[in-house]
Write a protein that binds this ligand. Structure first.
Ligand SMILES: Cc1ncc(Cn2c(C)c(CCOP(=O)(O)OP(=O)(O)O)sc2=O)c(N)n1
Ligand SMILES: Nc1ncnc2c1ncn2[C@@H]1O[C@H](COP(=O)(O)OP(=O)(O)O)[C@@H](O)[C@H]1O
Ligand SMILES: [Mg+2]
Length: 569
């Protein structure tokens, strides 16, 4: 008898890799370890780019921003229990910011976990992940890997994007099944993020409201950046002639120097506008919940809100014209109406905005020109503002308090999705993960402008940046502390709670791993060092000495701090 052909076999390891590749996933951000070390090695051998970090939080942040930049879910791969927990902050932050990512963690066998028998790194990870992300799945059988990966991908990118958890118990990887059965079990996700067309009645209601406006305003949020409907968004602003305010990560959808930009006249725009079009921007704390003196007289505003999430409407204040759908479809629908019948730009309102904007820019200008040493935030940012103006396709990563809040208004952006920052949660620690993924996903030069405290949350990844030789230039605004470097301990025993070692030299850290380290004390030196880094593409860390007395507590959001009213006896 003809010997039975050795049936072609496959296993869990290979099915996970095949499922990811089938769905166009090209990169995995991970920290190796039991039970996923070999999954990473096999994925690399099969052509996936596997980037290994020093802490899972940074791998997770990289995956999250990869999702924001590519509209495909970023993949973070971790070990069980502690590695999974380290990835959770990034997963929750991605969900809060509507970035699509999938946290894939190895886990213990269900039978041991459910009997709490004390497995290596035992934890009921699925139960813990669920409240912190958009969706969570576990796969127990190799033949289910295809559908499990497909469900995770669709959950991450459809509707309001967000974080998804995929739990893969260790035993799954070595499960062997017939290769043909395995191949047929894989699912290539069809149309994972379909257009969500707004109802014509909703469009008509919004257009009527907009046509009656005397002082209309458009607010562009990071949802508008994520949607990659750049031409439609630009056309909406330019063909309506309505001024716009970009939220932080929407900067660059139109150049910040655009004649219709009201960014530098934000307070006037929010206070005096009468109809406000929110485009992928939530009325959350970043927009004072749509209430209070920021928004002028109570009841003086009518909101049109474009969002793919219907439940976002009326979250804070009544939305007069909800426009539920994807930003591309909604903006195109509004454009169609405006092209048919529009009264033209509100000239006198534009004049008000323009006057205010020019006055604010003129007031700021001298602060940006100082070439003093030690630098203050403004003079250092003045140098970086010029760098980005000369290198508009560089990606700016930004975190800190003063370093973040002042950079947001001072460094103009010229292209979409080039400013990546702490986002909705104001979370410190996104810097190096975002910088790695921005470089890996786009190949563009990255300028990471970091407060010295903010850098500390993910600073060990300078080794990762050197290991992959990424074109990342880190500028640390070193004011010796959190917010500034002047606090003291009233008892005289310890340093103040918010200060760091005086005159510290972060540039030496980069040299430890073969990168370029530079110490600068003037804006001219800073500009020259950044230009050199951008031209060389070499991993570089610039320690920019900032006056420790510069800056204010919590940057621009100090008012959020609770104050003690009790006078110390
Ligand atoms: C995870 C985490 N921990 C702590 C904070 C609190 N925090 C912290 C610790 C900041 C750092 C500010 O210091 P910096 O050196 O980064 O920036 P400046 O000195 O330029 O203000 S900003 C801020 O809100 C946070 N937002 N996120
Ligand atoms: N493709 C899309 N179409 C429509 N809305 C989107 C899309 N992607 C994300 N969103 C929405 O965009 C909003 C982003 O708001 P937010 O994160 O508050 O932006 P910002 O902080 O810049 O104001 C979220 O409510 C989300 O539902
Ligand atoms: Mg600082």
């Amino acid at each position: 008898a003809v010997p039975h052909e050795e049936a072609e076999l496959t296993d869990g390891f290979h099915l996970v890799i095949d499922a990811l590749k089938l769905n166009g996933i090209e990169t995995i951000y991970n920290v190796p370890g039991i039970p996923i070390t070999d999954l990473g090695r096999l994925a690399q051998a099969e052509g996936l780019r596997v980037v290994s970090f020093r802490h899972e939080q940074n791998a997770g942040n990289a995956a999250a921003i990869a999702g924001f930049l590519t509209k495909k879910p970023g993949i973070c791969l971790t070990v069980s229990a502690p590695g999974f927990l380290n990835g959770l902050t990034a997963l929750a932050n991605a969900t809060t910011n509507c970035f699509p990512m999938i946290l894939i963690s190895g886990s213990s066998e269900r039978e041991i976990v459910d009997l709490q028998q004390g497995d290596y790194e035992e934890m009921d990870q699925l139960a813990i992940a669920k409240p912190l992300c958009k969706a969570a799945f576990r796969v127990l059988h190799a033949a289910d890997i295809g559908i499990g990966v497909a469900r995770a991908i669709r959950a991450a990118v459809s509707g309001r994007p967000g974080g998804v958890y995929l739990d893969l118990p260790a035993k799954l990887f070595s499960q062997v099944i017939d290769a043909d059965l395995g191949a047929r079990s894989l699912v290539k996700v069809i149309d994972p993020a379909p257009a969500q067309i707004p109802a014509p009645a909703s469009v008509a209601r919004a257009l009527d409201l907009l046509k009656g406006a005397e002082r209309p305003l458009i607010i562009l949020g990071k949802g508008a950046a994520y949607a990659q409907a750049d031409e439609a968004v630009r056309a909406l602003v330019e063909e309506s002639g309505i001024p716009y305010v970009p939220m932080s990560m929407a900067k660059g959808l139109l150049p910040d120097t655009h004649p219709l930009s009201a960014g530098a006249a934000r307070s006037t725009a929010l206070k005096d506008s009468d109809v406000v079009v929110l485009v992928g921007a939530r009325l959350n704390w970043l927009l004072s919940h749509g209430k209070g003196k920021t928004w002028g007289e109570p009841g003086s505003k009518r909101f049109i809100q474009i969002d793919i999430e219907p439940r976002e409407m009326d979250s804070n204040v009544e939305i007069a014209a909800p426009l539920v759908g994807d930003i591309g479809s909604c903006v195109e629908a509004l454009l169609e109406g405006i092209r048919k019948d529009w009264k033209g730009a509100p000239e006198n309102w534009l004049q008000t905005i323009r006057t205010k904007r020019e006055a604010n820019i003129a007031k700021m200008a001298p602060k940006l020109m100082k070439n003093t040493s030690p630098m203050c935030f403004h003079s250092a940012l003045g140098a970086l503002r010029t760098v980005i103006k000369e290198r508009p396709d560089a990606i700016l990563v930004n975190e800190g308090a003063n370093t973040l809040d002042l950079a947001r208004g001072i460094i103009d952006m010229y292209q979409p999705r080039k400013r990546l920052d702490v986002g909705t949660w104001g979370v410190m620690g996104i810097g190096m993960g975002f910088a790695v993924a921005a470089a890996v996903e786009t190949g563009k030069p990255v300028l990471a402008v970091e407060g010295d405290s903010a850098f500390g949350f993910s600073g060990m990844e300078v080794e990762t940046i050197c290991r992959y030789d990424l074109p990342v230039c880190i500028v640390i605004f070193n004011n010796n502390g959190i917010y500034r470097g002047t606090d003291t301990d009233p008892t005289g025993r310890d340093p103040g709670t918010t200060v760091f070692v005086k005159d510290s030299r972060y540039d030496k850290m980069m040299e430890a791993f073969g990168g370029v380290g530079v110490n600068v004390t003037t804006p001219d030196e800073l500009k020259r060092a950044v230009d050199a880094a951008m031209d060389s593409g070499k991993p570089t860390l610039i320690n920019a000495v900032i006056d420790p007395a510069a800056g204010s507590e919590s940057g621009n959001i100090g008012s959020l701090n609770p104050q003690s009213t009790l006078k110390k006896k």
